[in-house]
Ligand binder design. Structure first.
Ligand SMILES: [Zn+2]
Length: 251
């Protein structure tokens, strides 16, 4: 891993992260899903970084609230999902499935991952194997379905599952501890269709406890770890996924 290129996590609101992709060599950065602007402005100015672009995964206010202030201040281009053009009219470029974006030294492939919202996209950075996945997948959980169908959300998760196992998933919310409680409830349910790997989950819980007790984020997620512990990724079909999501909605 090139230490000159890294992702900084800026906590905002109750449990959101704004991601800043830093390239030290060019003293430039990209920002993903700025729900508000002040954290990013403070970070960029104190590190003397030029903002070269803003990437948006979907139109929810806690992901786009800071965009216009950042754009006005740094005059950088904004990338947003084509299917959210009406909700995000202030973007400069609209992206869709299989598009590529080059913002040197980073490059991204666009994956349309409907479910949480219909227009939701993720930004896959193949060189670093980073996925910026907004509200599609969370640590031990997945995003609520506000607009999409169970079938769409299930397919979207399967697509993430097919990325290289060592990929790092940058999801926008720190929900992992809450989701761990759900996994514990799930493992005590008699009729759960899933038989997760209990040992892997215990290891996950122990790592999570260590990180959180040191105020460290649980994000980025390691995809291979999620594949062996996250019930929503372990669901074998759409029906199992629906069962889990409906159970989780009632928690
Ligand atoms: Zn959202």
């Amino acid at each position: 891993m090139n230490k000159n290129q890294y992702v900084e996590l800026l906590p905002i609101f109750e449990d959101n992260y704004v991601f800043v992709l830093v390239d030290r060599a060019s003293s430039s950065a990209l920002v993903v899903d700025p729900g508000e602007s002040s954290a990013a402005i403070d970070f960029l100015t104190s590190h003397d970084l030029k903002l070269k672009g803003i990437l948006l995964t979907h139109h929810h206010p806690d992901h786009i609230g800071g965009v216009q202030e950042l754009k006005a201040r740094f005059s950088c281009p904004v990338y947003a999902p084509l299917k959210n053009k009406t909700q995000i009219p202030f973007a400069d470029h609209y992206v869709q499935e299989a598009d590529s974006i080059h913002l040197a030294p980073f490059s991204f492939q666009i994956m349309e991952l409907p479910g949480h919202t219909l227009g939701h996209v993720a930004y896959w950075e193949p060189q670093h194997q980073w996925l910026f996945s907004g509200d599609v997948l969370f640590g031990l959980g997945c995003g609520r379905l506000f607009e999409g169908s169970f079938a769409q959300a299930y397919t979207s998760l399967q697509r993430i599952k097919n990325l290289p196992p060592e990929s790092l998933v940058f999801c926008t919310h720190e929900y992992t501890e809450r989701n761990l409680q759900f996994c514990r409830i799930l493992s005590s349910e008699d009729n759960t269709p899933l038989l997760g790997n209990a040992e892997a989950l215990d290891q996950y819980a122990s790592d999570l406890r260590t990180k959180r007790s040191q105020q460290r984020p649980s994000v980025p997620l390691v995809l291979s770890t999620e594949i062996s512990t996250n019930p929503f990724l372990m669901a074998q079909d759409e029906e199992q996924f629906r069962y889990l999501r409906e159970l989780r909605n009632r928690q």
